[in-house]
Ligand binder design. Sequence first.
Ligand code: M6R
Length: 607
Amino acid sequence: MCGIVGYVGKRDCVDILIDSLSKLEYRGYDSAGIAVFEEGKIVVEKSKGRLVDLQLKMQDNNSRPNGVCGIGHTRWATHGEPSDVNSHPHGNKRVSIVHNGIIENYKEIKQFLENEGYIFESQTDTETVAKLLDYYYEGDPLTTIIKTISEIRGSYALGIIFSDFPNQIFAVRKDSPLIIGLSNDENYIASDVPAILKYTRNYYLLESNEIAVISSDNVNIYDIHKRPISKEVKVADWDMDAAEKGGFKHFMLKEIYEQPNAIATTILPRIVDDIPDLTEAGINVESLKQYKQIFIVACGTAMHAGVVGKYVIERMARVQVHVDIASEFRYRNPILSKEDLCIVISQSGETADTLAALKLAKQMGAKTLAIVNVKGSSIAREADNVIYTHAGPEISVASTKAYSVQLAVMYLFAFELAFAKGQISKEECKRLTKILMTVPEMIETMLYSTEACKFAASRLINSDSLLYIGRGLDYALSMEGSLKLKEISYIHSETYAAGELKHGTISLVTEGMPVIAVVTQNSLKEKTISNIKEVKARGAKVIMICDENMPEDKEVADFMITIPCIEECLTPILACVPLQLVAYYTSVLKGLDVDKPRNLAKSVTVE
Ligand code: M6R
């Protein structure tokens, strides 16, 4: 939710700030802005809309500032509509800030400052922080920042400049991510690694309530008592090409095609002698056996990966698994104990709801395991154990490769747990693991021919609403298919357990309504086909996703998309690919912004 950047060095900073912000637009794209020191004065340029709108505005008004030190912001609106005045940076001639997060007590602070004579221009929570900094400022930025953060509640990553210190950036964070990029004669701040990857791979991870004072040749970090802190330099191992489109029209398509490699890189190092081995994450067979119940908590796509995980773990290991939407988990007063395991799943590792759920599970004494893609992220650092997925940076807002690697980890976990609990033999564990190892190649083959998915998309673009149906694992997977489609094509869709339709939803079916039926579970095929016939009898046009052994039958499906045959429990990791592609091509055919769908942001660091 919002991306912040900063640069201080010897080079003109505007291009660098814009370039870095372009790598963070996935965090929000409601507005963009920069504040730059020009001849010792703070010059602010900001605009509603995307980064390109800011660039055009500066070009049209001939107002592009020149300077070697500045901060920048790309916004996902929370407090106040997307508009020029609500855009960051906020502040005045003396202090200017960019902010990612939410200030929960902004109303009280605003009231206090208004009583002190301050006049507010925007509806944002951020403006209160800018004005509070100004209120406390008496010439010493560090003292000012410490006083200010002791007054504010909520989450924040702040980039701050003071006009009295023209070659310095100040940064502080709490519960929102912030890194400090380190290079020769220049340093950076950013919300995430891709923003600095073009310039440096070395960075510090700022911890909550640490304050950084950054100049071109120095970075000093202090705690809230002004005691200096020494930090370990981290080295980003992400490939820079991975953050670029590499010839694909959209990041989403590129990321769909990266799945074979992402899955292979995620599973292969965790397979020893043909069976899963998660000891690297601190998980061993003995510890696995002890858990009475497993809670899987996550949001959106990551939660859907958890639903597949539940079906597979329960089926194979016979352990009870509960799946919760993180924002609900916290407030439903869940019953966990030290005998339970709580697995949180998150691509970004920064999702506020998931992080809060993880903290709650820890407080209740449960053991916690995070399945996370971004190294060193808040969730990864908070959990007792971490299994990193190795998908590389996922830029498109619609999650694809992060989902398939999360599924891959769910399978490794389920197989190892089932074996540990004696529910499957070592031979069976090996057999299943070997099949899992063939998945990357199978997906690669599937990606050679995408015509069927394009055709299916062309059948959807004129619809206002459609249904996804399936049973068992097909139902679990359909949830993700439906989310993907509605997220990027803006076509309303619902997922229903195929057997549940007749209890109400079937009344929605009218002549020509598309229904996407996922039918990959041999044991449930006949039942789902009966449900398909029920909707077809009422005029539905059925697109069926099934394995290649399914005979063509126009009385069942108007159109079929087939996947290779594989062990029943593993079908979701193959069948997710056509579902992603159908969503992708629908969005493309509708001429929409695939990678940046309206109203969304990639990383949701607010509750
Ligand atoms: O970074 P996370 O995996 O924690 O994000 C969770 C959701 O916000 C995310 O999966 C979201 O649902 C995707 N944009 C859907 O494609």
